[in-house]
Design a protein around this ligand. Structure first.
Ligand code: FE2
Ligand code: FE2
Length: 135
């Protein structure tokens, strides 16, 4: 069984966003498995690469929605995404320089960060999207 399973409590109620979050959590889970199972450096590098790509795709997509729907908390939300992008970039650099330093705890920290972001900022955005749709 994968180390991280999707929890329906994390759903925002916006299907397109929930689908992306499931994929994002899946990528984090794959990276965590790779680190915990002591997979080869190339496997860990691949997992990191896919996670970085998907993070970028998902954040861009949410930011586009925020611009299109004139979300008032866009700047704050974008700054939070930026912190996460920086964290992923740090993990990529760390893995290149010092593979042993990329620990399961670091990946778990990232997982917690995502869940916290989804449960607060993304749920707030979902509320805004719903009210924009019914307007
Ligand atoms: Fe999100
Ligand atoms: Fe977000």
């Amino acid at each position: 069984m994968a180390s991280i399973e999707w929890d329906p409590a994390w759903e925002t109620g916006i299907p397109a966003i929930d689908k992306q979050h499931k994929n994002l959590v899946d990528h984090v889970g794959r990276l965590l498995d790779a680190v915990m199972e002591g997979q080869t450096e190339i496997d860990i590098e691949n997992s990191l690469f896919y996670l970085a790509q998907y993070t970028d795709f998902h954040f861009r997509d949410e930011e586009e929605i925020m611009v299109e729907t004139h979300y008032p908390l866009l700047d704050e939300h974008r700054a939070n995404h930026k912190a996460m992008r920086d964290q992923v970039a740090m993990m990529v650099r760390l893995h290149v320089r010092e593979p042993q330093a990329l620990t399961a705890d670091l990946v778990k920290f990232m997982h917690n960060w995502i869940i916290n972001h989804v449960g607060t900022m993304d749920k707030g955005l979902a509320e805004h999207i719903r009210s924009a749709q019914t307007r």
